[in-house]
Design a binder for this molecule. Structure first.
Ligand SMILES: NC(=O)c1ccc[n+]([C@@H]2O[C@H](COP(=O)([O-])OP(=O)(O)OC[C@H]3O[C@@H](n4cnc5c(N)ncnc54)[C@H](OP(=O)(O)O)[C@@H]3O)[C@@H](O)[C@H]2O)c1
Length: 316
């Protein structure tokens, strides 16, 4: 199959197109013909070698951990899917990724694609959407009337988090650059703080939940905007537990463990129109290096979609 591979850790220039063998299917695996994928910051962090300790690549390696496509083949013990099914998935990060025509995934990580979404839109959901879901419905528990602060609302995770919190009836505050204010309001933010000209910690208080997608000083200042008993959920770095104790709040961090059932639940919200996909930029797979350069700047609005099969990517 055709794939964009890397032969070593390095800058975006390390990508090259190559013909690669598809790995053999295990009994519980499905083979997905990828119509589209998307870029997440973890992709370029792995490419640069920043996550070497956690994930040691075997070269040539295929990156990419969002898939939307059509089942081509199933392992002997697959029960939920059959060839021809339209699906999406956040595959196992330890196996060859989705910057390729095909990807092999355990069926437990797969869900049916929400019908109203194109493959390109669906591919923007699994990694970022599941992360938002886990932060707000797994590590914390959003509910109607709660005040939630979401840092980085213009980003991939932030955009889905705003919509999830809004759909649950929360009052949603988010931080974003001024040029993204209209965009994050369109996703459901009630209050937007331009972090370049204002300090959120002097404007926000008594939050039930803070989602930290930025880390560093942003995380540090977030303890002080929570109410007693509130929770700081970070996806960037483990918060200081002593600081959490001193503020009378909980604080946690996680690295996403994908789950097909949770993805199916999330998919229903898209199917019902309660959440919309946030693809704001589109590249072809051959142009993946350019997409990485954009992601790496750290100020992408929404998601970067990658077209793998131009005939199918825009189809539902
Ligand atoms: N632990 C996990 O399982 C997990 C899962 C997914 C992602 N992550 C990590 O979480 C982070 C965010 O992921 P993502 O996919 O949302 O990234 P993304 O799509 O690249 O979005 C990042 C967003 O952050 C905003 N931003 C940058 N500096 C900011 C600041 N100081 N204050 C507020 N917003 C700021 C930018 O918007 P503006 O243009 O408005 O600045 C940008 O839209 C990344 O570091 C990623 O690796 C972790």
């Amino acid at each position: 199959m055709r794939a964009m591979v890397i032969d070593r850790y390095g800058p975006p220039e390390v990508f090259r197109e190559n013909s690669v063998r598809i790995i053999p299917l295990k009994e519980q695996d499905v083979l997905i013909r990828n119509c589209a994928t998307s870029v997440n910051p973890v992709d370029w962090k792995v490419r640069e070698g920043y996550l070497k300790e956690r994930l040691r690549l075997q070269f040539p390696a295929i990156l990419g951990w969002d898939s939307a496509g059509i089942i081509e083949k199933t392992g002997d013990k697959v029960t939920h899917f059959k060839p021809g099914d339209k699906v999406f998935s956040r595959p196992d990060i330890a196996r060859p990724g989705t910057y390729a025509e095909y990807v092999v995934v355990d069926e437990s990580l797969v869900a049916f694609k929400p019908e109203p979404l194109t493959f390109l839109e669906a591919a923007s959901v699994p990694l970022a959407g599941l992360t938002a879901w886990e932060a707000l419905k797994g590590r914390s528990s959003i509910g109607a009337g709660q005040k939630v602060l979401i840092h980085g609302g213009a980003g991939g995770v932030g955009g889905y988090a705003i919509q999830l919190a809004k759909a649950a009836g929360c009052y949603v505050i988010t931080t974003a650059r001024a040029l993204n204010e209209e965009y994050v309001r369109s996703l459901g933010a009630d209050e937007v703080i331009d972090y370049e000209s204002q300090d959120f910690s002097s404007r926000v208080h008594d939050c039930d939940i803070v989602l930290d997608t930025v880390g560093g000083k942003v995380q540090d200042k977030s303890f002080g905007v929570l109410k007693q008993g509130g929770i700081l959920v970070s996806i960037t770095e483990m918060p200081d537990q002593n600081k959490a104790k001193n503020h009378g709040v909980e604080a946690t961090w996680f690295f996403l463990e994908p789950d097909g059932q949770k993805l199916a639940s999330l998919g229903h919200l898209f199917a019902e129109g309660k959440i919309r996909p946030t693809v704001e930029h589109i590249f072809s797979l051959a142009n993946i290096a350019e997409a990485h350069r954009m992601s790496q700047q750290g100020h992408v609005r929404g998601k970067i979609g990658i077209v793998i099969d131009p005939k199918e990517a825009y189809q539902k």
